[in-house]
Write a protein that binds this ligand. Sequence first.
Ligand SMILES: Nc1nc2c(c(=O)[nH]1)N[C@H]1C(S)=C(S)[C@@H](COP(=O)(O)O)O[C@H]1N2
Ligand SMILES: [Mo]
Length: 416
Amino acid sequence: MGKINMENPGSGGRMSRRKLLLGGAATAAVVLVKSTFGKMVQTSLPESSLLLADPTKVPGPFPGEIGTRSEFESLAKKATLTSSRTPLQSLYGTITPSDLHFERHHAGVPVMDPEKYELLIHGMVDKAMVFSLNDLKRFPSVTRIAFLECSGNFRTGKVEMSPQDICGLTSQSEWTGVMLSTLLREAGLQSGASWLLAEGSDAAVMTRSIPMRKALDDAMIVYAQNGEAIRPEQGYPARLFLPGWEGNTSIKWIRRIEVGDQPYMTREETSKYTEEVKDGKIRQFSFDMDARSIITFPAFPQQIERGWVEIRGIAWSGRGRIVKVEVSTDAGKSWDAAGLTGPVLDKAHTQFKLLWHWKGQETEILSRATDETGYLQPTMHQLIAARGESMGGYHLNPITAWYVKKDGQVLHRPER
Ligand SMILES: Nc1nc2c(c(=O)[nH]1)N[C@H]1C(S)=C(S)[C@@H](COP(=O)(O)O)O[C@H]1N2
Ligand SMILES: [Mo]
């Protein structure tokens, strides 16, 4: 058992004190509690004897050095070897807690020493330059809230699928960094410079070609996420961030930018991240993430009760602001405009809500988003009609329906 440091009980004292209170033996407990709606429900409590005491009689733990999530909340990213997904159905508002930001790595997360970090900018520039992390932080900083989404963010096929399973490869953060245009101005662009190559320092040495138009518009080199240094999983100590563009182009652990006059045709933009459209044609450099929405409540695995239900969800577009989200509670026969929670930001997850009085009927609920360009989120049927049956797995943003059973159970309705 550790010692309690009375000079600074917050440091290391916390767990020790808890252990003291527990006397070493923690017991799980099952108790009956009255729910808000008057029903008695059985709840099993986590292994913490602090709960067994009357919280008004026994002081709780000292302040700690790092905050914790309630023991009653079980939030988790669903992880495979190559990606992990944000639990959209368990979140409120639009900011993704940093430890729940989705992850997609092609060769794992490198360990990067911020002291040794360097970003090289060379090629068609007046002078090649190397920036340390500290150099990047000395430039005027920019902070913006925006989503980041993988272009492979769509799965379907089973009824037991949550928003996390269907489209958990999108997350939103407040990003801070320096505009890429600031760094390019520093290096001096030569005439004819129209593309650049961005390269990561992971084992995949991920590379993508980026048009100069985007680089000079809203591209950022970000070093902070939600108020702290960017997380290793998100590209610590610095990554490229291209608001609204397919996640793959936002090169993490960025170490090199080469300026040129044509695309570099890297592996990730020829064999991958290119989709079949129609008649043997393929679409390359399909950067923009199309407008999309999903109802995150009610959704699988939630269950609803009769009466008022606040339908909630998120909508987003890589082309600008969301201007409208419509919700149908009768399987698409009629649509109602949902309320948008402001401020409605450019290229950002936007929350929508609609009050619904559910009388216990079996039905389907759906949402569809419209962005400021007038683009309306399509059905799967429309996507297939436009691109053909053999379209690949990228840039799929179909309207997602939830099937509400008579008993209030909510299931995914796979696209037909
Ligand atoms: N260096 C590097 N950058 C990368 C990747 C990678 O594997 N290596 N994955 C890309 C892909 S496919 C996506 S969707 C996003 C994921 O970013 P995140 O893990 O921060 O959510 O990073 C992109 N940038
Ligand atoms: Mo991705």
